[in-house]
Design a binder for this molecule. Structure first.
Ligand code: AMP
Ligand code: GLY
Length: 419
């Protein structure tokens, strides 16, 4: 098969790495890709939001199967456009991508179908939002309804902080905002493959959203992750599947907008059980890097079974241990940072036991490898225990020669401290 992966981050590097291992992959393309992906795939200079450009390329290159990494093209209808052109694609169509594209849509669906989630109010003006916030009290969570690249959420510890967030969001005309109950507990990301009808448990993971050690500092796209999550018992996992994932799959099918792809649930393990706080309709980044390291089965089989509605017959084999990834970012991230600084010695990092370095934001200039984004590398490792995976990943990090980069030194601390 000729395969096209859409995206250019660490998630897409991991997807390309896993897909390239499949004996059925003849030719691999990636749009737009990055310097690491270029070692595995032919990179195509088409941006992820250029829907017409992607479809035109896929047709001209006789692409048989497309795997869409990021949420923006999914919400824009890339899968719909590919389907209309007769090309099979992994990912939800635009209507099903509303599970990530509108937080209010998910909340309404959760309440209608009895899916456990926190109380909320959808608001279209600031006065209404602030009145509800005053009524509920702090802590409280304020969210932009639509996609916001991880920047639309304020977990407000005081009323003033919440009012500042609504003032900010409603400064944009036509803004829609969701005010949500603050859920207390441990956060878990839960991934399931969904073929429209069947949901297949894929994996649990835990991200580290804050930039600094000990979960300090501002939020980021994710500074590291590990999988599976020891805090998630088999019982809790079943509860998530039975009370959150499958009811959502059924609800989408009943509404005439069946979901196909990977459903990524943001779950809070509250004292009253697992509660949903958001859905994403794609793999997480850097969670995907960890999942691809752990997965032993052919990923292409899983992606195709998802598209073809055969997940009830699919079995997955996993590495028995733990996978963990540490993100290396440009100094200054998530604020202003320098681009174009040189990275060396990735071969030494890749030579460490159990380690693989995925590129997130890199480009090549001659034979020099340069940083080209905020999150630049994800150093991933598998090990028998979380402590071993962590030690291996940091051995990889320490082998990288990049004076202008930094990382958190405590990825996996919750799981390590539990042992
Ligand atoms: P998001 O950008 O939507 O992933 O949200 C960013 C972070 O906000 C999440 O990782 C959670 O830590 C937190 N969060 C979102 N919704 C809630 C909620 N209802 N209660 C508590 N924390 C939340
Ligand atoms: N790492 C979180 C996300 O991909 O949304």
């Amino acid at each position: 098969m000729n395969i096209l992966v859409v995206g250019g981050g660490g998630r897409e590097h991991a997807l390309c790495w896993a897909i390239a291992k499949s004996p059925r992959c003849t030719k691999l393309y990636c749009a737009p890709g990055n310097a690491g992906i270029a070692e595995l795939a032919e990179c195509v200079g088409v941006g992820v939001e250029d829907i017409a450009g992607i479809v035109a390329f896929a047709k001209s290159a006789h692409v048989d199967f497309v795997v869409v990494g990021p949420e923006v093209p999914l919400v824009m209808g890339l899968v719909d456009a590919l389907q209309a052109a007769g090309i099979r694609a992994f990912g939800p169509d635009a209507k099903a991508a509303m599970l990530e594209g509108s937080k209010g849509f998910v909340k309404d669906l959760a309440v209608k179908y009895g899916i456990p989630t926190g109380a909320y109010r959808r608001c279209t003006d600031r006065v209404q939002a602030d009145a509800y916030i005053r009524e509920q009290g702090a802590p409280i969570v304020v969210k932009a309804d639509g996609l916001a690249a991880g920047k639309g959420v304020t977990v407000a510890m005081s009323l003033d902080e919440a009012f500042r967030a609504t003032a900010d969001l409603f400064s944009v005309p036509g803004a829609e905002v969701v005010i949500e109950e603050y859920l207390e507990g441990e956060e878990v990301s839960y991934f399931a493959l969904v073929d429209g009808k069947h949901a297949l448990p894929f994996a649990s993971a835990q991200d580290h959203k804050r930039v600094g050690d000990g979960d300090s500092g501002p939020n980021t796209g994710g500074m590291g992750a590990y999988s599976p999550v020891p805090a998630l018992s088999a019982d809790l996992e079943r509860t998530i599947m039975d009370k959150i994932i499958q009811p959502t799959v059924d609800a989408m099918a009943q509404s005439g907008t069946p979901f196909k792809g990977v459903l990524f649930a943001g779950i809070m393990l509250t004292k009253n059980g697992p509660k949903l706080y958001e859905f994403n309709v794609r793999f997480g980044d850097p969670e995907c890097q960890v999942l691809m390291m752990r997965l032993k089965s052919d990923i292409l089989d899983a992606l195709e079974a998802t598209v073809d509605g055969r997940l009830d017959r699919l079995r997955l084999d996993w590495h028995p241990g733990i996978g963990l990834a540490v993100v290396m970012a440009a100094k200054g991230y998530p604020g202003a940072y320098a681009k174009g600084t040189e990275i060396q010695a990735l071969d030494k990092a890749n030579a460490q036991i159990g380690v693989r370095v995925f590129h997130a934001g890199t480009r090549r200039e001659g034979d020099r490898l340069l940083a080209d984004g905020g999150r630049v590398l994800a150093v991933a490792a598998v090990g028998a225990s979380v402590a071993e995976a962590q030690a291996r990943a940091y051995a990889g990090v320490d082998a990288v020669d990049w004076p202008d980069g930094f990382c958190r030194r405590d990825i996996g601390w919750r799981a390590v401290s539990r042992n």
